[in-house]
Design a binder for this molecule. Sequence first.
Ligand SMILES: Nc1ncnc2c1ncn2[C@@H]1O[C@H](COP(=O)(O)OP(=O)(O)OP(=O)(O)O)[C@@H](O)[C@H]1O
Ligand SMILES: [Mg+2]
Length: 308
Amino acid sequence: MSDEPLQAEDVRKVYRGRIGPHVEALRGVSLSIRRGERMSLLGRNGAGKTTFLRIASTLLLPTSGRIHVFGFDVVEEPERVRPLIAVVPQEGKPFFHLTPREQVYCYLRARGISREIARSRTEVALEKMGLLEVADRLSVTLSGGQKQRAMVATVMATEAPLMFLDEPTIGLDPFARRAVWDVLRELTRKGSTVLLTTHYLDEAEALSERLYIVEEGRILFEGTAADAKRQIGGTLRVSIENGGPVRDLFRSFGRTVEEGTALSVITGPERIHEIMDLALRNQLSATVGPVTLEEAFLTIVGRSIDEE
Ligand SMILES: Nc1ncnc2c1ncn2[C@@H]1O[C@H](COP(=O)(O)OP(=O)(O)OP(=O)(O)O)[C@@H](O)[C@H]1O
Ligand SMILES: [Mg+2]
């Protein structure tokens, strides 16, 4: 067993439609995850994130390429890989005829964990995910967010060395979302490694040390959130109310983006005084804030769409 949680080399996947056309979902993805890291896979709908996660977690065969999980080939040795991983699938649901308490406990027992440890980990997971009050209700009667919490609780309780979480916080309220973040941070502190996907870019930034952006089955970007922001030409955004119609006034300061009648200028701290002055002289109200990962994402992916 190697120390490296995941290493993917030139992974390709073509879904061969029996009726519809073939879909090239992955076109040569190479990436690696370091031990104890939280890594986010970002990308537009249909970019190939779930396909990659399903191949890496032995649920789907690649068309070509290789993925090793702790040194084991996911295609050749899936039985060695499975005990080392746990998965929250996209749109997964707990078994409807089990309660959250039974769901977590039975899953741990099925993985070969002793009764005693399974019992105590179940209680901790239910408590952390705020499920104690509904722990003995059939899952079918739970709210959407409660079902999702039960899925996360089930997987976190495994303490598996490598966890795949495909949009784990979808449908969760802001408190529950933060509870998941805390749980994932604690798991990696204890030595687990986490690969997640999310469309909440604030979450990716708060949670992950490193990001990959996938676009049309290829890796478009690899680095930290700060690296991504550096790619867009400035660290600050000046938002100018009703600045859209006078966009030309501000073009020389950096990239400008119109949103409704508002105008955003992406720029650096050295130009702020000048821009604010100009806005004031034109009786426009302006505010300054840091650029967000979402803006960086829109720019990086947008640029790639334009090139096509
Ligand atoms: N079983 C399948 N058969 C045929 N095509 C598929 C299948 N599953 C996914 N696809 C296609 O493969 C591409 C990648 O899909 P995938 O589910 O990996 O995207 P994703 O990045 O997870 O998107 P989302 O953010 O919407 O979850 C899409 O074009 C999708 O339509
Ligand atoms: Mg998906």
